[in-house]
Design a protein around this ligand. Structure first.
Ligand code: AFP
Length: 322
């Protein structure tokens, strides 16, 4: 099986980017180990603190964030990082050539039930003019990403990653500690009969998504004329992994509850990296108003509505917005 380095070289990734990706993955391997220790290492449960988004932090959120922060700071490749668990950007090496954004532990509410969780990351070039503590350099649209991926801590530890030359799946071989390519250039099926949405929020949705989901649930007796199945992992990494592997549509749509929070998912740490992976696998990623990767961020913790997945199903969903 092909190793990570060979795949990245084949895809034309420059040496420094390869070294940076390997640094991120070294951190993820440590997170994978900590996660697998669970209650034995006393890492489950919440801390007494909240992150900048007002969410109670789990112990593993804090541990995972610290591991990635320390690893990236020491590497020298990175000028600054932004993390879902940090109030503002974290300055690193003033001469670093890259910026890294990450959600250190997506789906952390799943830690207590030993269910799917993961780390999501994206990488962009660091502008020359940028001061390491200047958040404005992170306000680039997703089209500027040079790499993005997630590591899924499931029954196997898996990596999905793209450098803009297709999306590849890797599995961590714990016998020698390397990620091996187990599926290259994956293609998301264009059609699907599976959707993922938190239906308990239905009363807060806008009209187009209300009608779309109503028609999916109507199944073969409704206008879509086929029966759909629903799945919800409550961790975007788990839901997107399923969609990448066998198709589907994942939606966290616009929500009328709080105008300052039009969607739950964060543009930099969740929506953009997943959109890059999805598009590189032939799927679509939209907010309902346009391509996710073209959204110009206004602040690092910005949230956006998300519709991602099988091409024809996302197009069908978008037709309700027209
Ligand atoms: P956490 O990282 O705070 O656990 O949130 C996970 C997440 O942002 C995303 O991964 C899920 O799709 C979504 O929240 C699930 O949220 P609800 O099930 O609460 O709607």
């Amino acid at each position: 099986m092909k190793r990570l380095n060979s795949q990245l070289q084949q895809d034309g990734a420059p040496l420094e980017l390869i070294l940076l990706i390997r640094t991120i993955l070294a951190g993820c391997k440590e997170i994978s180990f900590r996660v697998s220790q669970g209650a034995l290492a006393g890492v489950l449960g919440s801390t007494l603190s909240e992150n900048v988004q007002g969410e109670t932090q789990k112990k593993l959120d804090v541990i995972s964030n610290q591991i990635l922060k320390d690893t990236l700071r020491e590497s020298g490749y990175v000028k600054a990082i932004s993390s879902e668990e940090e109030d503002t950007v974290v300055p690193c090496n003033p001469d670093g050539n890259y910026l890294v954004s990450f959600d250190p532990l997506d789906g952390s509410s799943n830690t207590e039930i030993n269910s799917l969780i993961g780390t999501i990351f994206s990488i962009t070039h660091a502008p020359q003019w940028m001061k390491p503590d200047d958040p404005s350099a992170f306000l680039q649209p997703g089209t500027q990403m040079v790499a993005a991926g997630y590591v899924l801590y499931g029954p196997s530890t898996m990596l999905a990653m793209t450098t803009g030359r297709g999306t590849h799946l890797y599995t961590l071989d714990k016998t020698h500690g390397g990620f091996l390519v187990t599926d290259s250039n994956i293609k998301v099926p264009e059609d699907t009969a599976e959707f993922a949405i938190n239906a308990s929020n239905q009363r807060h949705w806008e009209e187009p998504i209300q009608q779309y989901v109503k028609d999916l649930i109507a199944g073969s007796e409704g206008p879509r004329e086929k029966d759909y199945n629903m799945r919800w992992v409550a961790a975007m990494v788990g839901d997107i992994h399923r969609v990448l592997c066998r198709g589907g549509i994942f939606a966290y749509p616009f929500d009328k509850r709080n105008p300052k929070m039009p969607g739950k998912l964060r543009l930099l740490y969740e929506a953009n990296p997943m959109a890059f992976l999805m598009e590189q696998a032939g799927g679509l990623a939209d907010t309902g108003q346009g391509r996710i990767m073209e959204v110009m961020p206004e602040e690092i913790h910005q949230r956006v509505p998300t519709l991602l997945g099988s091409k024809n199903e996302v197009l069908a969903c978008l037709s309700y917005y027209k």
